[in-house]
Write a protein that binds this ligand. Structure first.
Ligand SMILES: *[C@@H]1O[C@H](CO)[C@@H](O)[C@H](O)[C@H]1NC(C)=O
Ligand SMILES: *[C@@H]1O[C@H](CO)[C@@H](O)[C@H](O)[C@H]1NC(C)=O
Ligand SMILES: *[C@@H]1O[C@H](CO)[C@@H](O)[C@H](O)[C@H]1NC(C)=O
Length: 351
């Protein structure tokens, strides 16, 4: 009984070992097979590549990118478009998102608290880290610095220079395809103007020194820079124009008050109209009326006659058909900056 009982047990153990051995054997074989197959495949691929790749292709494949890259290529292939990024701080990344869609105009809402400018739509949205400097001034300055590298080609050698600190060919703006295009920065004052203005002026410093990128009025002329600052919202006109010899910020005038004659290209580059108030509401399914079109045409003509650009804000955002119809009329009538919350829609619309 005892012997009879042990034999099958031993046999059972041997059987298990055998099965395990077979399993390991076939697994090793499988691994070996895969290794050989990949080796063979890569040898075959090399042979095929050697036969079918021309010398030029080999050269291109192996060419170090750093050798062919341009020092300035941040915005290559992005077409600048006359679009204003309204409430820009809501974009995924302020400034950069707008630039990636080609918006030449950006708006920052600033709240002044004890000498700091916070960015946000309302008080509840403010945080310590989201400041005018960190979200707008510094990113713009960094982009402009990278578009204006200091190389032996951009800075003339001794004796070949034009102006001592003016690079050959002038300074580049943000846009690779149109380096002469300025970028508009609208600063919307959400706190009382007289306290906010000096802080805004001070916080623009990084765009002023060591390199002056700002469009400015020098007492006689407006000199175009790579960034043009427009003050809007609670911005106080009289204080803005107080310095009559040098200003590097401009007033965003109310479009319907241009006939007052206070706003001239020395102090005002843009004027903005509140669409709902100045033009009226647009009825779903009907589009803009003849009368509304006439108002828009009149306001744009008046502004352009004074050398001032036009933007309308508070344009209908929904229904989409109404939004697009209004955008279409504004563009046809010659609006200079199209106010947009949906940058993707505005930049991809088939105008
Ligand atoms: C704010 O910035 C500081 C310093 O850069 C950082 O340590 C902190 O985590 C940031 N806070 C928030 C809420 O992002
Ligand atoms: C102002 O700019 C104009 C045009 O660039 C220039 O001719 C003029 O000399 C400048 N005036 C001053 C005071 O810098
Ligand atoms: C005007 O601004 C310039 C540049 O910031 C400054 O040098 C000058 O003193 C100011 N003039 C007046 C009258 O405030």
């Amino acid at each position: 009984m005892l012997a009879a009982g042990t034999v099958p047990q031993v046999e059972g153990a041997v059987g298990r070992y055998n099965r395990l051995g077979r399993l390991i054997g076939s697994f090793s074989f499988f691994v070996l097979f895969v290794l050989c197959a990949t080796q063979l495949f890569s040898i075959a691929a090399t042979i095929v590549k050697a036969i079918y790749t021309t010398d030029l292709q080999t050269l291109l494949l192996n060419f170090p990118l750093s050798k062919s890259a341009y020092p300035t290529s941040l915005t290559r292939d992005i077409l600048p478009k006359p679009i204003h990024s309204h409430n820009d701080y809501w974009r995924h990344v302020p400034v950069y998102t707008a630039i990636s869609y080609g918006c030449i105009s950006i708006e920052a809402d600033v709240w002044e608290y004890s000498g700091e400018l916070f960015i946000g739509h309302d008080v509840a949205s403010l945080t310590r880290n989201r400041t005018f400097k960190s979200l707008y001034v510094e990113p713009l300055r960094e982009m402009l610095d990278s578009q204006n590298p200091d190389t032996e080609f951009t800075h003339p050698r001794e004796g070949h220079g034009e102006e001592p600190d003016e690079p050959v060919g002038g300074r580049n703006g943000i846009w690779d395809v149109d380096p002469g295009q300025t970028t508009h920065l609208f600063v919307d004052f959400k706190t009382p103007g007289h306290n906010t203005l000096p802080v805004v002026i001070a916080h623009l410093e990084a765009l002023r020194t060591p390199v002056n990128y700002l469009t400015h009025f020098n007492g006689t002329h407006v000199v175009r820079g790579q960034v043009t600052v427009h003050l809007t919202g609670d911005a106080p006109f009289d204080s803005i124009i107080a310095n009559s010899s040098y200003r590097d910020y401009f007033y965003d005038a109310p479009l319907r008050d241009l006939s007052s004659g206070r706003y001239t290209p020395d102090n005002t580059i843009t004027a903005s109209g509140q669409f709902g108030r100045d033009v009226g509401s647009v009825i779903w399914g009907r589009g803009m009326t003849k009368e509304q079109r006439r108002i828009v045409r009149g306001q744009i003509e008046e502004a352009h006659g004074r050398g001032i650009m036009v933007r309308y804000w508070d344009t209908p955002g929904w229904p989409i058909s109404v939004r697009n119809a209004v955008w279409g009329v504004l563009v046809q009538e010659g609006v200079d900056l199209l106010n947009a919350d949906d940058l993707k829609a505005a930049s991809y619309l088939d105008w």
